[in-house]
Design a binder for this molecule. Structure first.
Ligand SMILES: *[C@@H]1O[C@H](CO)[C@@H](O)[C@H](O)[C@H]1NC(C)=O
Ligand SMILES: *[C@@H]1O[C@H](CO)[C@@H](O)[C@H](O)[C@H]1NC(C)=O
Ligand SMILES: *[C@@H]1O[C@H](CO)[C@@H](O)[C@H](O)[C@H]1NC(C)=O
Ligand SMILES: *[C@@H]1O[C@H](CO)[C@@H](O)[C@H](O)[C@H]1NC(C)=O
Ligand SMILES: *[C@@H]1O[C@H](CO)[C@@H](O)[C@H](O)[C@H]1NC(C)=O
Ligand SMILES: *[C@@H]1O[C@H](CO)[C@@H](O)[C@H](O)[C@H]1NC(C)=O
Ligand SMILES: *[C@@H]1O[C@H](CO)[C@@H](O)[C@H](O)[C@H]1NC(C)=O
Ligand SMILES: *[C@@H]1O[C@H](CO)[C@@H](O)[C@H](O)[C@H]1NC(C)=O
Length: 611
């Protein structure tokens, strides 16, 4: 009996490994880290998550080791042998972790940026006194979000999951306690609004060290992000800083790095697609890793339960991590049934936003090379971008609906649902801007989808079947900002005005929530008579919040003489510190203003639909 079951077990193992399992690609391994068997796979990671020592799996993988990783691993084996996680006692596992690990995030030191000032001159141009005060408060939050890495960890980098970067930086906030890639673009927009050019340069140089060491910019500053990137905006950060400073030396310093990063996308993230008999090469989000994400180990493992061990499960993990690479983790955009996470098929989707952004990258490269007098390379990128702009039109633009869509390789058609990504080619100027009707069409499409009907801004999607965080009713700053900017940068004055109206909605909504809660949030619920912090997805809504603050500061400056808090909107100044006064002031204004906000919003909706 014993022999038989051992035999069948062995047979199953052989079958599954031989026939249907791909090579396992871990999120970090010995090629890029010295502690992968602690933070990226192995028995400790497994046991900590099996016993749910922490509700958020990210907590454990952010905890520094008190000794070298191999010593800790050996101590684990000495204590528990090779028992499976299930046969261990939770208390014993917790004791082990307490003995060998320090609290999460203790390797990061808070800092005040050297270029921070209490009243940045540009913010003084904001005409509305309440918005100006608010801008100064947001400027103050940079001091709470500034981090540098304890230089002493240089001696023992293997004891940390943190990726070492030399300069200080601004973090998003909450559980996002290290640097993040695409967040940094909106953070930098806000830093530039506050004249913080040194901090901007530091953040860009940090990301550049990642490209030098790893060939690309990882999703964030931890070893468990080493197999995936995020929406590519490094060249855009350099561009924005250059526009603010005219510093050609800095461009010259960064251009080789930008080129290297683009090559990463060209070599590792391209797919072929045939449309109307023609072949095109476009970009997609597709990490090679096919294991649970360590920072979401428990939920990934649980969600994978319905797949048999082997290739299907590995594909599921790859699609999850690839969605995380898109920044949109998670959204019905990636789900074949628009509902259940298990139907995820990110690697079958050709995403319109990624391709729009790479088109912008090429445009920026042309411009930056030209600025430093390198006409040869400038010409190379001019040609490349001209070809790619046509590709984006041919693959992603839908003439029937007058907008850009994701293209699905399985269905061989566009995904005709609304996602805020629809407007990214507009933001990225990836169309013939002489065609002034194009922005109007995208606007009309969004209007038809009803996305302007919400008081708090534009929701990520109109899809309500899931409770994922990049869906209805959550609105996010990067997306609202890109739509506003796409309309503002269009050569169509009417659309520029629409951009302003959306901006006032987004800004006043954020202002209102700051007033009510004393915080800036990662995302907002845009429905109701006024917005609230968002929810849904795999972790609680976070406050801080880097990109939210950056997008608002940028919009407050862009519309410094046009944006006003209506007199009846909030009739006091916002609370002076985060927690204080919130309760009392909330009570005194909530009665009158909630109905008034709906009046304002109704007016805005009327303005929209009258066009
Ligand atoms: C691992 O540690 C060795 C010795 O300390 C070091 O030389 C090497 O660069 C480290 N590797 C990585 C990928 O960090
Ligand atoms: C963890 O989650 C459970 C329910 O899912 C909750 O009861 C518990 O309070 C949470 N623990 C912490 C530390 O947040
Ligand atoms: C358990 O680990 C020991 C080494 O510590 C090894 O010799 C042994 O074969 C392992 N047992 C099983 C069942 O894998
Ligand atoms: C776990 O171990 C502790 C002592 O280390 C003991 O008190 C407890 O009963 C054990 N729990 C289980 C479920 O075995
Ligand atoms: C910015 O950095 C430069 C060079 O490191 C330094 O000389 C200057 O004082 C810094 N500016 C501010 C405002 O901190
Ligand atoms: C796309 O097609 C080209 C030319 O046929 C080929 O060289 C390349 O490997 C293909 N790329 C992918 C990702 O399949
Ligand atoms: C364009 O959109 C229409 C309507 O949503 C749809 O029927 C059509 O299939 C789309 N075109 C492509 C190429 O997918
Ligand atoms: C706003 O509040 C102040 C006192 O806090 C009061 O003097 C003023 O009349 C109020 N304005 C409106 C429009 O209610």
């Amino acid at each position: 009996m014993l022999n038989f079951s051992f035999f069948s077990l062995a047979l199953i193992l052989i079958l599954s490994s031989k026939e249907s399992k791909q090579v396992e690609v871990h999120v970090c391994d010995t090629t890029n880290s010295n502690n992968s068997f602690i933070y990226c796979n192995g028995p400790i990671l497994d046991a900590v998550n099996f016993h749910q020592l922490y509700n958020d799996s990210k907590e454990f993988v952010d905890m520094p080791l008190k000794q070298d990783p191999l010593d800790v691993y050996n101590a684990w084996i000495a204590t528990f042998g090779n028992e499976t996680a299930a046969s261990l006692n939770k208390t014993d596992v917790q004791e082990f972790v307490d003995q060998y690990f320090s609290a999460a995030g203790t390797e990061l030191i808070e800092c005040t940026p050297d270029d921070w000032q209490e009243k940045p001159p540009k913010l003084a141009t904001i005409a509305d006194p309440q918005l100006r005060e608010w801008a100064y408060k947001l400027n103050g939050i940079w001091k709470h979000l500034c981090r540098k890495i304890d230089p002493s960890i240089g001696q023992h980098t293997s004891r940390y999951s943190l990726l070492y970067v030399p300069h200080h930086f601004i973090v998003p906030g909450g559980r996002f306690r290290e640097f993040y890639y695409w967040d940094a673009y909106w953070i930098i927009k806000g830093l530039i609004a506050c004249d913080m050019y040194n901090t901007t340069r530091s953040m860009i140089r940090n990301l550049a060290t990642m490209v030098e060491q790893h060939g690309f910019v990882p999703n964030g500053g931890r070893v468990y992000y080493l197999q995936r990137s995020q929406p590519p905006l490094l060249s855009a950060m350099v561009y924005e800083l250059y526009e603010a400073t005219n510093d050609k030396d800095f461009i010259a310093e960064l251009l080789p790095t930008l080129l290297k990063e683009l090559n990463f996308w060209n070599q590792n993230r391209m797919a072929n697609v045939t449309m109307h008999g023609k072949d095109y090469q476009v970009y997609q989000y597709k990490t090679p890793s096919n294991v649970p994400r360590p920072e979401s180990y428990r939920v990934d493992t649980q969600n994978s339960a319905e797949f048999a061990n082997g290739a299907d499960k590995q594909q599921f993990y790859q699609d999850l991590a690839s969605a995380a690479e898109s920044g949109w983790d998670f959204s019905t955009r990636w789900l074949s049934d628009y509902k259940s996470l298990t139907s995820i098929e990110t690697t079958k989707v050709l995403p319109v936003d990624l391709n729009g952004l790479l088109c912008w990258n090429m445009d920026i490269m042309e411009y930056l090379y030209e600025q430093v007098g390198d006409t040869t390379n400038s010409q190379v990128f001019r040609n490349r971008r001209a070809v790619f702009r046509d590709t984006v039109q041919n693959v992603f633009y839908n003439r029937t609906d007058g907008t850009w869509y994701d293209y699905n390789l399985r269905t061989q058609s566009h995904n005709p649902r609304f996602y805020t990504s629809t407007a990214v080619p507009l933001f990225a100027n990836c169309y013939n801007t002489l065609n002034t009707g194009k922005s109007q069409k995208v606007f009309d499409y969004m209007d038809k989808m009803g996305v302007f009907n919400y008081p708090g801004g534009i929701p990520s999607s109109m899809s309500q079947e899931s409770s994922e965080q990049w869906d209805f009713p959550n609105g996010w700053s990067p997306n609202n900002h890109m739509i506003i900017e796409g309309l503002r940068k269009s050569a169509n004055p009417e659309m520029q005005d629409k951009g302003f109206l959306i901006a006032s909605k987004w800004v006043l909504g954020n202002f209102r929530v700051f007033y009510e809660t004393g915080h800036m949030w990662e995302k907002y619920n845009v429905i109701g008579s006024y917005p609230q912090p968002g929810s849904g997805g795999e972790y609680d809504v976070q406050d801080g919040f880097g990109w939210t603050n950056g997008a608002i500061l940028d919009l407050l400056l862009t519309y410094n003489d046009r944006l006003f808090v209506p007199e009846f909107f909030i009739n006091t100044t916002a609370p002076s510190t985060a927690e204080s006064n919130v309760e009392t002031t909330t009570k005194s204004i909530s009665f009158c203003s909630s109905s008034i906000v709906s009046v304002i919003v109704t007016c805005m909706c009327l303005i929209y639909s009258s066009s």
